[in-house]
Ligand binder design. Structure first.
Ligand code: QAP
Ligand code: CO
Length: 185
């Protein structure tokens, strides 16, 4: 279990570097990320959040319940949801849907704070699995949102930086409290 960096920690603003070779060190980071994410009840965790400047993310996106499946699953959900929890190495978005949707997000690095974020509804993902298998697929649903949220972490971006002025205003005081708590620690 790794320590998760929280809002106000400068490590969260660092841009992570691509991985040239998937070696034992990367596979160890992969299992640390999965362990830390599962123990923290997260649906996603980026290496940036545990202070590692490497382009690796873990995901544990649940399959949608039958009753909430309003639309067909995307090819990416069909491929990746049965593999959860998974780690993606060098994840990249090759294309974004022109259509956006706003949904509530949270983040293990911004504990207890949730706000609606507008994002493209689907993305074309390219990545490698820790065994070296390449994946390339169109992802929708919560999976598309989680991929975008986690790749943002690798670029040093937090979901609170993507909020509209109204939503940001509502959480400003709690964000300030989080970063002040950090300064004192
Ligand atoms: C990113 O977020 C995400 O505040 C992953 O007290 C968010 O796992 C992907 C969490 C929205 C898709 C949609 C947050 C746990 C977990 C908290 C998380 C908390 C405990 C957040
Ligand atoms: Co996050």
């Amino acid at each position: 279990m790794k320590k998760i960096r929280t809002y106000g920690d400068a490590a969260l603003q660092v841009k992570a570097l691509p991985i040239a070779v998937i070696d034992e060190k990367i596979r160890n980071l992969a299992s640390d990320l999965i362990e830390t994410m599962l123990k923290s009840d997260g649906v996603g965790l980026a290496a940036t959040q545990v202070g590692k400047k490497l382009r690796v993310v873990a995901l544990n996106v649940p399959a949608p319940k039958r009753s909430q499946t309003q639309s067909a699953l995307s090819p990416g959900e069909i491929t990746l949801l049965p593999l959860m929890p998974i780690v993606l190495v060098n994840p990249e978005i090759l294309a974004f849907s022109p259509f956006e949707a706003s949904k509530e997000e949270g983040c293990l690095s911004v504990p207890g704070i949730y706000a609606p974020v507008s994002r493209p509804v689907s993305v074309k993902l390219k990545a490698s699995l820790p065994d070296g298998t390449p994946v390339s697929c169109d992802c929708g649903g919560l999976l598309a949102r989680a991929i975008q949220h986690e790749i943002d972490h690798l670029d040093g971006i937090l979901f609170v930086q993507r909020l509209g002025m109204e939503s940001l205003a509502k959480i400003q005081d709690r964000l300030k409290a989080l970063s002040e708590k950090k300064e004192k620690s």
